[in-house]
Write a protein that binds this ligand. Structure first.
Ligand SMILES: Cc1cc2nc3c(=O)[nH]c(=O)nc-3n(C[C@H](O)[C@H](O)[C@H](O)COP(=O)(O)O)c2cc1C
Length: 367
């Protein structure tokens, strides 16, 4: 019903307005027990012991979570649980509040099941998030990650930008179960530097180390990193026990695999969806091959079917996350994916996800 009837109607409206609309609907639905129960009855979250997994010691009922960017302010975590997700990465929240890039800044490419995103890390800032989380986090029914980055403001370059990121980190690590440092947003001035430039990344590690993080920390990386740079990132991160892993990957700069006739030069920003899959999988396979078991991996980028979920797990992801697929396939999709995953595991003779994690990584690297 979502894909045949509701989606065509929703897609008549401006994508960013619809994003806000769904967040508002989510808040209304989670506001009382009856509507929560109705959502749960319709979406039928999956519980199967074979799907249980964990990341950085955080236990999850299954591997599928919502990636950063869907619930930017961490406002709808309770309803995302009823929809059937095992965890949510909230954010990205930046140190100072910032309005993001000028509109329009979000485009759909339905022929490619993709989005072009140029939000530019729009955020109400770490202080506002902290005040709300102090009250709301006690009611989060599933594990949550806090995604943080430096604000996208013209006066925040170099050292000032880093201080802004550190401020967001310090304030938000108080909440949720893990922190992701977003060092790869493709649609803000210099943020990608943090993962692309070895000196800047090393300096960031040293500065974060001084903050004595008490939550597991992940870095979210770009799908367009070269192999030498990936090896450097693994080597440089290795000594810091609080670096538990990587979220792979963020949006891509390139326009690979996008065929939509709507695509044009005015659509600036990062691309999501299946066109990103190959790049994201390459980065995941390479990093997991060289980085496991010291590091753990959250796989994302282009998940459009259960095969994509299963492949990322077999390439080394302990957990996977989606954003674009949820928008294209609707609220019944997460549980469908998990039911299908459960069948696939059994067909392959695995009694738990843990047995499948990384099962194909050596074959993929050697090919
Ligand atoms: C509308 C939208 C907003 C996003 N905002 C963020 C963000 O704030 N922080 C972040 O780390 N990634 C953000 N992303 C990137 C996603 O988390 C994810 O890395 C990327 O979209 C690839 O996954 P997908 O193909 O499942 O969408 C955003 C993606 C979309 C589509």
């Amino acid at each position: 019903m979502y894909e045949k009837i509701l989606k065509p109607v929703f897609f008549l409206f401006d994508p960013e307005r619809m994003h806000h609309f769904f967040n508002r609907v989510g808040r209304v639905l989670q506001s009382n027990g009856l509507t929560r129960w109705i959502v749960r009855a319709i979406c039928r979250p999956v519980k199967d012991p074979a799907l249980e997994t964990s990341i950085a010691g955080i236990k999850l009922i299954h591997p599928l979570g919502v990636g950063a960017g869907f619930d930017k302010e961490g406002r709808i975590i309770p309803i995302l649980k009823e929809v059937g997700f095992s965890h949510v990465e909230a954010g990205t929240v930046t140190g100072r509040a910032n309005p993001g890039n000028p509109r329009p800044r979000l485009w759909r490419l339905p022929e490619d099941n993709a989005l072009i995103v140029n939000y530019g890390l729009v955020s109400g800032g770490a202080d506002a998030a902290r005040q709300r989380f102090a009250k709301e986090s006690e009611e989060w029914p599933i594990p949550a990650g806090m995604s943080v980055a430096k604000a996208n403001l013209p006066d925040l370059a170099g050292e000032d930008g880093l201080e802004d990121l550190l401020m967001a980190f310090q304030k938000l690590q108080l909440y949720g179960d893990y922190v992701t440092v977003n060092v790869s947003c493709p649609n803000v001035g210099d943020s990608c530097q943090y993962c692309e430039d070895a000196d800047v990344y090393r300096y960031l590690l040293r500065r974060l180390d001084e903050l004595k993080s008490f939550k597991p920390v992940f870095f979210k990386l770009s799908p367009e990193l070269g192999e030498a740079r990936m090896l450097e990132i693994l080597r440089d991160s290795e000594p810091y026990a609080w670096v538990r892993g990587f979220v792979l990957t963020n949006l891509m700069h390139g326009r690979d695999g996008l065929k939509s006739p709507k695509l044009n030069e005015s659509m600036r920003g990062g691309a999501s969806g299946p066109g990103l899959r190959e790049k994201a999988d390459r980065v995941l396979a390479f990093m997991a091959y060289h980085g496991r078991p010291r590091f753990e991996f959250i796989g994302m980028g282009g998940i459009n079917s259960v095969d994509d979920v299963y492949r990322k797990i077999k390439l080394g992801a302990s957990v996977v996350q989606v954003v674009t697929g949820l928008i294209y396939h609707g609220p019944l999709w997460p549980s469908r994916l998990m039911r299908q995953l459960s069948v696939k595991l059994k067909e392959d003779g695995y009694s738990s996800i843990a047995q499948a994690i990384g099962a194909d990584v050596i074959d993929t690297i050697n090919n």
